[in-house]
Write a protein that binds this ligand. Sequence first.
Ligand code: PLP
Length: 354
Amino acid sequence: MSWENFVRRVVPYTPGEQPKESGIIKLNTNENPYPPAPGVQKILDEFRISDMRLYPDPDAGILIQAIAETYQVKPEQVFVGVGSDDVISMAFLTFFNSAKPILFPDVTYSFYDVWADVYHIPYQRVRLTEDFRINPEDYKIPNGGIIFPNPNAPTGVLESLELIEEILKANPDSVVMIDEAYIDFGGISCLPLLEKYENLLVIQTYSKSRSMAGMRIGFAIGNQKLIKYLNDVKFSVNSYTMNRLTLLCGAEALKDPAYFENCTGKIIETREDTKKKLAELGFVFPDSKSNFIFASHPDYDAGMIFEKLKARKIFVRYWNKPRINQYLRITVGTPEEMKQLFTALQEILIEDES
Ligand SMILES: *Cc1c(COP(=O)(O)O)cnc(C)c1O
C-alpha cells in the first residue's frame, strides 16, 4: 500500500500546441486572428496595480450584467467562469450525477470524456453518421445528461434548432448542454429555446469570436434554477474565479457590437473563400459554420501534410484517432495567412507526387 493507491488518476486533456517560436502561422487552436474590441485596450491602460489589492466581486456583477443585457436574459440566468472549460467542468460536477451514462458524440470536443473521467461520471459516446451528423434518435435512450457543441468541433457541422428541440423534448429528466463555442460564425443560437426548456444550458466563450482566449472568459445561460445550482457548486470550490481586470475587460468587450460583427463577418468571408480554395486542391470537408475547416484529402495522408506544414512553420491540428486520422482541422486566419497556407499546401502536394 502507498499513497499512490489513492490518487485520482486521469489521462489529461491535451491542448493544442502553443509554440514559443516567432514567425509561425498559427491555425491550430481556433483563436481569432483579429484583436479584441478596442475599448478593451483602454481598460488595460487605465487599470492600476492598486486595483489588485482587494478581492474581486465574487458575484462577477458587472460582467454578468453586461452579458444579461447583451443576450436579453435576466442576470440570474447567467453564470461565468474562467473560460468555458471552467464553466463546462462546473456544469458536469453540478448536473451529471446520475448512475446512467451521459451522452456525447464519438467525434467531438476531446475534453468531455476527460471531465467525465475526472469526476467519475459514466459516459457513452454516440456515433455520428458517416457525414458527421447527429441522429436525434440516438439520444432517446436512458441517460444521465447530454452535451455536444453546436457547431460541433472538430467537424464544424451545425445542427438545426429543430434537432436540438427534438432532443430536449425527449429528455425532460436530463440536463442538456449545448456548447456554442463557435455559434457566432454564422450559426443560430438555441438561446430562444430557454423559454420552453428549463433543462437547457447554453454555453458560450469569449475565446473564439471575441478574440479573448488569453483572458479566459466563458459563460452559461439557462433557467434561474440551473444557474443557482451552478453557483452553489462554484461557491463551494472557489468563490473568486474571475479577477478584477477580467471582469472589466469582459464587460467592455460587449459594448462594441459593430466591431464584433465586423470581425466575425471577415472570418466568415475568409472561411467561405478557404472552402473554395481547399476544394480546388482536391480536399473534401463537411460544410463548416465555425472558424475552422475539417479537411481530408483522398490522395494524401493527413499526418504527412500536418508534419510538412509544421516544418514550414504552419501549425494546424491533427488527431491520430479512429475515424478522424485522415483529417486536418484548419483554423480560419487572416486572408494573408490563408494565402501562405495554400502556397505551402500546393508545394506539399506536388512534392509528394514526385
Ligand atoms: C474552445 C472550446 C471550448 C473552450 O473554450 P474556452 O477557451 O475554455 O472558453 C469549449 N468547447 C469547445 C467545443 C471549444 O472548441
